[in-house]
Structures are given as C-alpha cells and as structure tokens.
Design a protein around this ligand. Structure first.
Ligand SMILES: Cc1ncc(COP(=O)(O)OP(=O)(O)O)c(N)n1
Ligand SMILES: Cc1ncsc1CCOP(=O)(O)O
Ligand SMILES: [Mg+2]
Length: 206
C-alpha cells in the first residue's frame, strides 16, 4: 500500500520571527503538514536560535516535525526534530553522530540515483531530489527529471522528497510519480490566496 504524499514546508529565506509566527500558525492550522524546515542562510547562529525559539513550539504543537537546515550541531542543541544536510554540508555520518539516532536526518541528492542510494544505505531518513522546476529561492546545482522519483518509489523504501519551484499548479506529476513529500517554500508563502490557502490546496491534491 502506498502512503499519501505530504507537505514539507520550508520557511522564507528571511523572516522576522514574531510577525511570521502568526502567518505560520494560520498555515499550519489549515491542513496536514509533515515538516517545517527553518532555512536561514548566512545568518548568525543567535538569529537562527531566536527564530527556532519562536517557531519550533508552533510546529511541534501542530505535530509538525521541526527540521533545521545545514546545522546538525545546532539542531541537537536547540532540540529540533531533525536536520537537513546537503552534499556540501556536514557529511551524513557526522550529522547522524551529532543529532543522535532518534532525530530525522535528510540528505540532498540532487538528481543522482547513486547519491540517494548511498544516503539511504547509510541510514538517511529521507533523500531529497531536485530541482524539478525553476526557482528563485536558490540557484540549484541540478535539475531533476520526474522519472527519478518514479524509479525511487518503485525500487526503494526510504522516503523521497521532491524540491524546487513546486507550486499547487505544477505539483500533480510529482505526486503521481510517487514523491513521499513535496518540499515547498515560495509556492506556499507567495500563493495567490495566501499560505493557508496553499496548504489547503496542496492537501486537496494529495
Ligand atoms: C528538503 C530539502 N531538500 C534539499 C535542500 C537543499 O539543501 P542544500 O543542497 O544543502 O542547499 P541549501 O538549502 O542549504 O541552500 C533543502 N534545504 N531541503
Ligand atoms: C532549497 C532548495 N534546494 C533546491 S531548490 C530549493 C529551493 C526551494 O524553494 P522553492 O520551493 O521556493 O523553489
Ligand atoms: Mg545545505
């Protein structure tokens, strides 16, 4: 039996925690969300910690796993539910050592079946493929064909995340191909009817 695809929300690239908390609450109240990733690039650790202090309790009180981007050390220190690491970040084995066996560790695998098999065999909780569509949130290193998701879903049991430029409008082929999670930033925060409506619309697709 296949499990339905779920939403993995990534925070906007910059945010002011207090006002953003209200937007986040409304979004998480609107429907099922599996994970929230705090992704603040090139900001000091204390700013990440301040944002986590405000946003993590909101995620966790909605049963949404709070994932920190890039920083396994800080994920463990702050009590996050997990960490996401890329190929140029802390390697998986070291990230796992830092966060322990009970936290989630996800790994960017770009468009590479090989990287994904390596990460899955090493013990990653999920592998992330992308970018599937053009995005302004990041200059992605690779673009990924939807067939990779289909192949992964047929052959592997480790969950896969699709990322990159995903919107309510372009998501259906990714869902049909077997993505376990859709990781979405701009497609949530810039949705025409607002983030809560985006969460409802994504859930309606699943
Ligand atoms: C769920 C998810 N997938 C991929 C990424 C990208 O990680 P990375 O390649 O390390 O790039 P940055 O996000 O750190 O710029 C992600 N963050 N989350
Ligand atoms: C972090 C990341 N990694 C590959 S694409 C991307 C950006 C995701 O954000 P958006 O959903 O706005 O394209
Ligand atoms: Mg990274």
């Amino acid at each position: 039996m296949t499990t339905p695809c779920r939403l993995y929300i990534i925070t906007p690239p910059s945010l002011d925690p207090k006002p953003f908390a209200e937007t986040l609450k409304a979004a998480l109240d609107a429907g099922d969300v599996a994970c929230l990733q705090l992704r603040l690039k090139d900001v000091p650790e204390d700013e990440i910690a301040r944002a986590a202090d405000v946003l993590m309790p909101i995620a966790q009180s909605h049963d949404v796993a709070f994932i920190l981007n890039d920083r396994p050390d800080l994920a463990a220190k702050l009590g996050a539910d997990g960490v996401h690491v890329g190929q140029e970040d802390t390697p998986y084995v070291e990230a796992r050592r830092l966060v322990g066996k009970d936290r989630i560790v996800g790994v960017t695998c770009h468009n590479s079946r090989h990287l994904a098999m390596e990460a899955g065999e090493a013990g990653a909780d999920y592998v992330a493929f992308g970018a599937f569509y053009p995005t302004t949130t990041k200059d992605p290193k690779t673009s990924c064909e939807i067939e990779v998701l289909q192949w992964w879903a047929e052959v592997m049991t480790v969950p896969c995340v699709a990322i990159g430029g995903i919107t309510v409008e372009n998501a259906p082929p990714l869902v049909a191909a077997g993505a376990d999670f859709l990781a979405v930033s701009n497609g949530i925060w810039a949705y025409k009817d607002g983030p809560a409506a985006a969460v409802r619309a994504f859930n309606a697709l699943f």
